[in-house]
Write a protein that binds this ligand. Structure first.
Ligand code: HEM
Length: 293
């Protein structure tokens, strides 16, 4: 049996995009581990590592969910090469996250199980992790062949609710500062919106700019709603904070800034295909190809 190196393509050739993705997902782990070993991860390194691994799991999951939108917008089929690396890496970060929690509970699996059953935010985290594990285990070439594209695709639609649950789990534990969680959920909605738009609106520059503009008040509303419901801070004050320079930039603005990558990608790919570079032509695929939802 031939062992496939993760940075090679299916034909065994070195794939720079895969190597880059691999380096990108390993770097945060090295950063966390390096600081821990150095004693520079803060006074409570275990807790910091627990939080960082959770945050990186969701960040990587969001990048994985961004692959289909960027492929649809640019037609660049090679992006599909890195989706499995991203999905599996998010799972690895979550498994390390759970392991750190088990260590925090002094390896007492009874306490771990009891907490997962009794604490709502942990129950939600567990459901998200279980779904991720199911997707990870069915991501091998053999599993995809055995299941058939249609069933595989149906099962892998679980990635949407599991990502939402992972972010909700993070919201619930965050208590006071939910800035990153708000940005993550705002971006999650943007990526879902592109999937809804794909059959209704052309995924070109101006509709995508419209989506970016719309994403900001929706994210700000979500932030205000969360603080209003979870902390009792008046939602009007949270909304007003979006217009105060001293408190800027708020999560809504960050969401808009990051989401700008979508119309920019459309603009750049349009220019590249107009220029008719051989690379632009050879890499482009029909937007509807690919097995993933
Ligand atoms: C059995 C499964 C899980 C357990 C036991 C667990 C446990 C925890 C714990 C104990 C915390 C810190 C709470 C605190 O300090 O008060 C936490 C935070 C977090 N978890 Fe999980 N988790 C699980 C699954 C997940 C999954 C599946 C994801 C992502 C997909 C995730 C992402 C996060 C994030 C982003 C944070 C917050 C980090 C921050 O805001 O600093 N967790 N989790």
């Amino acid at each position: 049996m031939q062992f496939a190196l993760p940075w090679n393509d299916r034909l065994g050739r070195f794939a720079p995009l895969k190597a880059l993705a691999l380096a990108g997902v390993i770097a945060p782990g090295l950063w966390i581990g390096g600081h821990w070993l150095n004693g520079t991860l803060g006074a409570k390194p275990l807790e910091v590592a627990l939080h960082e691994t959770g945050l990186w799991a969701i960040r990587i999951l969001l990048v994985a969910l961004a692959i289909t939108p960027f492929r649809l917008i640019t037609g660049w089929g090679k992006l599909l090469q890195i989706r499995r690396i991203l999905g599996v890496s998010a799972l690895v970060y979550v498994l390390i996250h759970l392991t750190l929690y088990v260590i925090q509970q002094k390896y007492d699996l009874y306490v771990v199980a009891r907490e997962i059953v009794l604490r709502f935010y942990l129950t939600i985290g567990f459901v998200s992790l279980a779904a991720m594990l199911a997707l990870g285990l069915t991501s091998t070439d053999g599993a995809i062949r055995r299941m058939g594209a249609a069933r595989w695709q149906k099962l892998h639609r679980l990635v949407y609710p599991l990502a939402a649950l992972g972010i909700f789990h993070a919201f619930l534990q965050a208590k006071i500062n939910v800035n990153e969680e708000v940005i993550q959920f705002g971006l999650f909605l943007v990526l879902m919106a592109v999937r809804v738009m794909r059959s209704r609106v052309p995924l070109t520059f101006w509709p995508l700019v419209g989506l970016v503009i719309l994403s900001m008040p929706i994210t700000a509303g979500l932030e205000a709603l969360w603080y209003g419901l979870a902390t009792g801070v008046p939602w009007r004050r949270v909304l007003d904070a979006n217009f105060m320079l001293a408190l800027a930039p708020r999560p809504a603005l960050w969401t808009g800034i990051i989401a700008l990558a979508l119309p920019l990608a459309s603009l750049l790919s349009h220019r590249a295909s107009n220029a008719g570079t051989p690379r632009a032509r050879s890499d482009r695929v029909q937007p509807t190809t690919g097995v993933h939802p």
